[in-house]
Design a protein around this ligand. Sequence first.
Ligand code: PHE
Length: 486
Amino acid sequence: MLDTRQLTGKQRLLIQQLQPQQTIESLQQFCRQRAIDFNFAKGFLLSGVIDDWVQLQALSETAWVLTDKGEALQGRLPGSNLVDKLQRGVSEVSQLQMLLGQTFSLAYGALRKAGAIDMQGSEGEKEIVVLDAEKLSTYQQRQASFAAIAQGAASPDTYPDVHLDWLQQQGYIAEKTATDYRLTISPRLAQLDLQPLVTALTSELLLSEQWREVELKSYNIHDPVPDIAYGRPTILTQCIQQIRDIFLNMGFDEMSGFLVETAFWNFDALFTPQDHPAREMQDTFYLSQPQQLPLPEDAALIEGIQRAHEDNYGGSWTTEVASRAILRAHTTSSTARRLYALRGRDGKYFSIDKVFRNETVDRTHLAEFHQIEGVVVGELLSVRTLMGYLTYFYERLGFKDLKFKPTYNPYTEPSLEVYAYHAPSQRYLEVGNSGLFRPEMLGSLGCGEKATIAWGLGLERIAMLLYEVEKLSDLAGPDMRLQGPL
Ligand code: PHE
């Protein structure tokens, strides 16, 4: 017995349309009249599901259709336009050439080959002569048959066989056999109960217990569903992972710090004067709660930093300003903490962390972004070592062409800005800043004067270049279409 709940909506509809019928002479025609997809109807009827009610008898019907070669003629046999003109009495070659343009020579060739026409006369006064008028009219009849087939009048009985043979020999038309079916429908089909399907189980259906009677639509778990790429790491996360791997493979350890930081670790420990413009509210986010955070308990450290500032910058350095709570403006605060912990021991550290700046947000600036911080303490380090590390790192990411430009930071000397070539915009973009820490800073952190190289690179800039993203803000947010090379 047929379980009508298994039927799809489309299949029910077809059955409903078959129910009132007894016989259907042509399924093709039946479908055409009701805008039913013939292949769907045929497939369903052949599937056997309703074999008990509907009998199929295969019929085949032959029709003429144009071949690709025939289609290319766009409804006109080569030569038929020339026949038209000749039959209207135009015979001068120069005039025919004007009327028929480029198609003239093709048409002439075709008819001449058939022995229907020829050319006479001397240069400038050439004329077409008709050798066989009968052949010309045959040609026109072929054209009529061809045009009729092109327009879809397909029944072979309509045309004299001779023309069809010729058109077929030329490869312009072909016979196509279309399959059709004759249907005999049992009166019992009309008794099949096809109640409308209930697609949603509502609380009313449950409370009234009607759910027991209604026909519930069954789930189709085989239909393809949209491919939603959920649960994928964001581009930035992918970049962070790749960069982390590069540094770990270079023997670096990962360090971390604090998002909320004291001005002390963000500025003072980095030999940045207390009246430096970077500390102003336009550039740095100050917390109102708490406004201050405790400074390290190491009195010698505080004293050393105070001395370094007062000796070099003059004026007075206050713990008041140093203890202001801020959102860290760079991850070099983590580096300062790490150097203080190392006190001159060797080491290689990196971090990839978020920083905050009170910037005007635009295409290439955000108020919060990530920095790739790195610091190396060791023997025989120089500007060349620094450039070597950076070149190697960017090369691993695929940036071959780097430029370094001198710059100024309160805590490094020399200081180098790093630029990478951005092929799509054909220019160099600033991707980072770096340098060798100043002895004034290293000394006050208890690191002696050991050469220490360090850098802070922009993560979003790298991602922008790698993924050819136009606006930094496109890197964050819900757009899941961004898929890069990683
Ligand atoms: N802190 C610097 C910046 O935010 C980068 C930097 C880090 C420069 C370490 C030199 C040394 O641009």
